[in-house]
Ligand binder design. Structure first.
Ligand SMILES: [Zn+2]
Ligand SMILES: [Zn+2]
Length: 234
């Protein structure tokens, strides 16, 4: 219920922002929208990098479910999974989800869109979109700024969904169309991340990977992110 309300609010608030943008049209909207799309891609990469290497919570059995050998359909596994998840906050669940998606990438692709983007909407997109509404009511916000921010909001909101589409065979036509024009990355390009877990963390269009790859090498060499964080420890 709360989630449905949040989505409805986000759609209404987004439409209002679109209306504010249309009030002040200019050619600057085009580069601004591309810049917003780039920043959304970079955010997807930065969050992904952090979640992959940030240590999962200890002492709640995450190592047991991560390394579970038997069937994941079994009652035993399902019970262990639910017991562990119950003890995690949404951030810790996200940290686990990112690690779990490396050995089992299709698990992410199987999730419903709501499960993929729900927490992003509640914690990020909705408050930012509402703040933008408020800003437009108080100040004359330029149309190009609105175009850039809307593009960023759309890319940010759907980031985990876009990542999921990279691990699924069947996707809506728009995903294929956006891949063809380069607005979304291809599964082959994303495979570079899964091959090493040390590069190409951005999962929207991948434009920012050239910038983020040296950033990762730097923080990894410094030991700020260590390989121990990649898998849940006991
Ligand atoms: Zn990863
Ligand atoms: Zn992936």
């Amino acid at each position: 219920m709360l989630m449905r309300l949040s989505i409805l609010l986000l759609v209404l608030s987004g439409l209002a922002n679109l209306g504010f943008a249309a009030w002040d049209p200019s050619w600057w909207m085009v580069p601004a929208a591309f810049a917003g799309w780039y920043v959304a891609d970079m955010l997807s990469g930065m969050v992904h990098m952090l979640m992959d290497y940030y240590p999962a919570r200890l002492g709640v059995g995450l190592d047991r479910i991560y390394f579970y050998q038997g069937s994941r359909e079994s009652d035993e596994y399902q019970g262990l999974f639910r017991a562990s998840m119950k003890r995690l906050n949404p951030f810790e669940r996200l940290v686990y989800d990112f690690k779990n998606h490396h050995p089992r990438p299709h698990a992410l692709g199987r999730r419903t869109m709501l499960r993929q983007i729900g927490s992003t909407i509640v914690a990020g997109s909705l408050p930012i979109s509402l703040l933008l509404n408020a800003a437009c009511l108080i100040w004359p916000v330029p149309g190009w700024f609105m175009a850039g921010t809307l593009s960023l909001l759309i890319g940010g909101t759907f980031a985990q969904y876009f990542h999921g589409t990279l691990h699924r065979e069947q996707n809506p036509w728009i995903v294929g169309a956006m891949r063809r024009v380069g607005l979304l990355m291809t599964p082959a390009a994303h495979q570079l991340h899964h091959d090493t877990l040390r590069r190409d963390f951005a999962t929207n269009c991948g434009w920012s990977n050239n910038l983020l790859n040296p950033v990762f090498r730097f923080v990894h060499q410094r030991g700020w992110l260590t390989d121990k964080g990649l898998e849940p420890q006991g």
